[in-house]
Design a protein around this ligand. Structure first.
Ligand SMILES: CC(C)(COP(=O)(O)OP(=O)(O)OC[C@H]1O[C@@H](n2cnc3c(N)ncnc32)[C@H](O)[C@@H]1OP(=O)(O)O)[C@@H](O)C(=O)NCCC(=O)NCCS
Length: 325
């Protein structure tokens, strides 16, 4: 990257970081612009300073990885940094440049491709522009500060349900835990968030086996009369580095799975599992917990909100990638 552009990148990264802090203090304090597939797209601004910069990144997610279950095989991501509080015009300009770039790429019109942008949930100034270009909100990254934010209730109290037992999952629970992990994936397939692959179940089983062998525990089962009816699974801070940069500095954990069997829902099992996990995370000094849910999952937003989570980022996508308007 020539030095003039690098200078502009540093300056806009700081400016956007400050703007984000004004919007949402749980966003990261700096908005770095990573290297893209070519020179950044530029929206000219006043005084020779760009009003916006964006990088396009191409990712091929190989067969035989669990990541391929959580999206398309070929992903084209736009990382946009926009200076002004009203992002609509500059974002429209960048999306137009990106559309022309994608239209010239062989393969961007194929099945199993997506054009993606991860946008701060509270930066509502860009929403109409994203919609106009054909992007759809598919996923939410939700955040829970270690201590609930002022005004956020701690969530419903104990269930008083004495037949409910919550216990650490053990290696002998491999079949039950794998089945519950697969049930979450099948549920999320309905909302475009997950894509079942031929290898998904074997990969989930292998990952579950590793997680169940780890101590301290990373997965807990809810049981009634000895029957597993729900599962919660966490990635501790040392495994959550892949997503920790999406929020403020500090100790961050990621919550990949929560599932309660359909016939057992609405009776406080999910709440009991989450409260159990929160007690563990709070005792370990975790500052921030992140999780994904499907924007269109009708059960997620109210449930997580009651337990102290709220949207931090929205994942917008259009499939195939070249259908960006
Ligand atoms: C989301 C999910 C885990 C919640 O589990 P759950 O056991 O139903 O959760 P709870 O019972 O604690 O809370 C759900 C509802 O029951 C109510 N509730 C909570 N405690 C209750 C109690 N003791 N008695 C009766 N109702 C209760 C809650 O207020 C809530 O009400 P709502 O219908 O307005 O949402 C479950 O619906 C599920 O597995 N969904 C499919 C997979 C999924 O969405 N996973 C999360 C992906 S991010």
């Amino acid at each position: 990257m020539p030095w003039v552009v690098r200078d502009a990148v540093d300056e806009i990264s700081r400016a956007v970081g400050r703007r984000w802090q004004g919007l949402d203090r749980l966003l990261p304090p700096r908005a770095e612009l990573p290297e893209g597939c070519a020179a950044p797209f530029v929206v000219p601004g006043a005084n020779g300073r760009p009003a916006g910069l964006a990088a396009c990144r191409h990712q091929h997610v190989p067969d035989g990885t669990l990541n391929q279950t959580w999206g398309t095989t070929h992903r084209f991501s736009l990382i946009a940094r926009l200076r002004e509080a009203d992002t609509s015009a500059a974002l429209g300009d960048l999306l137009g440049q990106w559309r022309d770039h994608l239209a010239g790429l062989p393969g961007a019109g194929a099945d199993d491709t997506a054009a993606m942008i991860t946008w701060p949930a509270r930066d509502v100034s860009g929403v109409n522009t994203l919609l106009r270009h054909g992007l759809q909100p598919i996923t939410v990254i939700a955040v829970r500060p270690g201590r609930p934010e002022p005004g956020v209730p701690a969530g419903p109290g104990p269930t008083g349900d004495e037949s409910l037992v919550i216990r650490e999952a053990r290696p002998a629970d491999l079949d039950a835990v794998t089945e519950l992990e697969m049930a979450v994936i099948r549920y999320d397939v309905q909302f475009g968030m997950a894509i079942l692959r031929p290898a998904t179940e074997a990969l989930v089983r292998a990952e579950t086996q590793a997680a169940l062998a780890a101590r301290p525990a990373r997965a807990w089962l809810a049981e009634r009369d000895g029957e597993p009816i729900g599962l919660i699974h966490v990635q501790p801070p040392e495994q959550s580095g892949w997503i920790a940069g999406m929020t403020r500095a500090g100790v961050t954990a990621y919550l990949p799975t929560l599932f309660v069997r359909p016939g057992q829902r609405g009776g406080g099992v999910g709440t009991a599992l989450v409260r159990h996990l929160h007690a563990v995370l709070d005792a370990c000094g975790v500052d921030t917990t992140l999780l994904h849910y499907a924007q269109l999952n009708p059960l997620s937003a109210p449930f997580w909100n009651r337990l102290g989570y709220r949207p931090l980022w929205t994942g917008w996508e259009v499939r195939p990638a070249a259908s960006l308007r």
